[in-house]
Design a protein around this ligand. Structure first.
Ligand code: ASP
Length: 448
């Protein structure tokens, strides 16, 4: 691995830099046959083309040049990459409600990485808060960083860490509400995990993220964080796990989604998060929270509201989520049986179907006491295994259809139930019950 001063460079470029007496962060002028350029040598991704050197131009753009094209090079100065937004002391108002912000990484807490040109997790929530002092007008905010990773790297152990922190806040601090900042890619999984694991939370638990990092002018991080803190600090807020994100691509409003019915529907747009198969709980427009009418919500809570708050921190990790596709081979399922999996969620086609060549293996899985449920990869609409012969065969093989639970939510719910209940019948019974608004009674007709 190249030393820090040649970060990311190897082979011919590393030799060239050493020969020229140059290092990363040196400002140089490069003369080529057709042009000359000035810029700062940037660290380079080790996987990038080894013949190129990356320069940051004064315009802010990055370019790469091939060392073979260089006629002359001259060092003209030295620059140090500025990685951190300085922390500033914000005067907190003691009379305001207490809202801790728990940082879990993601774009909302990230900045541009000069090494790869991508974004990397770097800002602590504290630094984020320092960048947006307006939040101090809404609540007494305290930030803590639970982990600083992109959400594609989040797994059950991270859910346990978040739950442990929430448990400690309940026992020691009695906040008005809490906000979690999280990467958007798997935010829906975390929202479902917290929804199932916390029975009757004593305060609202808001999860938010952003699609564009805070160093970009189009960033949604401030708008989402501001509205999340506003909601968490409000006595009007519902005491359950919600996700608050941009409603539209402009800064007009944020939607309040129930934690078990959301999906990221776009890879980059700011309005990517949608409630599927139901109406969102409400919205925040110009600092005003409004809730959808209860009948529009179409969700029912089985949970009894007078039960005390309870947190469980167990998940069965040996649960698979298998997306059906034409040509899928039974060997895919065999893998899960042989590896000792305890549950499988099928994201089936249409009403929840999978190819009949899987039936014998599904039967085998069932004999091995693996709980197999089916959902629909259509996302909208319900499963129904009684309509077609293929569905009836699946039922006979022991597959349980779980209405309109989203595949990701079903995956988390099954991991939660297998982690906390022993009897298969009980797990199946609860899979089919609406525990946290994950099953809606009917889906209101909506144009796509
Ligand atoms: N890949 C990032 C993550 O989920 C994207 C984001 O934060 O928006 O952490």
């Amino acid at each position: 691995m190249a030393e820090e001063k040649y970060a990311g460079y190897r082979g011919s470029t590393l030799d060239w830099l050493k020969k020229q007496g140059l290092e990363v962060w040196d400002e140089i002028e490069v003369t080529k046959a057709d042009s000359s350029i000035k810029g700062v040598i940037l660290p380079r991704n080790e996987l990038a083309d080894p013949n190129f050197i990356s320069l940051k131009l004064s315009t802010g753009y990055n370019i790469g040049f091939n060392i073979e094209d260089v006629l002359r090079v001259r060092k003209i100065g030295r620059f140090q990459g500025k990685y951190r937004i300085p922390k500033v002391e914000i005067a907190q108002k003691p009379a305001l409600p207490f809202v801790p912000i728990l940082g879990c990484g993601g774009t909302i807490a990230s900045r541009l990485d000069y090494q790869t040109g991508g974004t990397i997790p770097a800002l602590t929530p504290e630094e984020l808060f320092s960048s947006f002092p307006e939040i101090a007008e809404l609540a007494r905010v305290e930030t803590s960083l639970l982990f600083d990773i992109f959400s594609e790297n989040i797994s059950f152990g991270h859910y346990v860490k978040i739950l442990t922190e929430i448990e400690s806040l309940i026992q020691n601090d009695a906040p008005q509400g809490i906000v979690l900042t999280h990467g958007t890619d798997t935010l829906a999984f975390t929202a479902a995990a917290l929804s199932f694991s916390i029975t009757n939370p004593p305060f609202p638990i808001v999860i938010t993220g952003s699609q564009r990092s805070s160093d970009r002018p189009s960033s949604d991080s401030f708008f989402n964080l501001y509205n999340s803190v506003l909601y968490a600090a409000s006595p009007k807020a519902k005491k359950e796990v919600v996700v608050i994100m941009h409603e539209k691509s402009s800064d007009t409003s944020c939607t309040i989604h129930r934690g078990t019915r959301i999906r990221k529907m776009h890879s980059s747009r700011r309005d990517a998060f949608k409630t599927i198969g139901g109406s969102p709980l409400g919205r925040i427009t110009e600092r005003k929270i409004s809730f959808a009418k209860e009948e529009e919500n179409l969700s029912i809570e089985v949970e009894l509201k007078d039960k005390p708050c309870q947190i469980t921190k167990k998940f069965e990790e040996k649960v698979g989520l298998i997306y059906h596709y034409p040509g899928i081979q039974p060997g895919v399922l065999d893998y899960y049986i042989e590896a000792g999996y305890k549950g499988i969620v099928l994201a089936g086609t249409g009403l929840g179907h999978v190819s009949s060549n899987l039936i014998p293996t599904i039967k085998k899985a069932n004999e091995n006491e693996i709980v197999i449920v089916t959902t629909t990869q259509c996302l909208h609409g319900f499963t129904g295994l009684s309509v077609y012969e293929s569905g009836r065969q699946l039922q006979k093989a022991g597959v349980v259809s779980v209405f309109n639970i989203l595949p990701e939510t079903a995956y988390i719910k099954l991991a939660y139930l297998l982690g906390n209940y022993r009897k298969t019948e009980k797990i199946i019974e609860l899979m089919k019950q609406n525990l946290k608004g994950e099953i809606t009674i009917r889906e209101k007709f909506q144009e796509f």
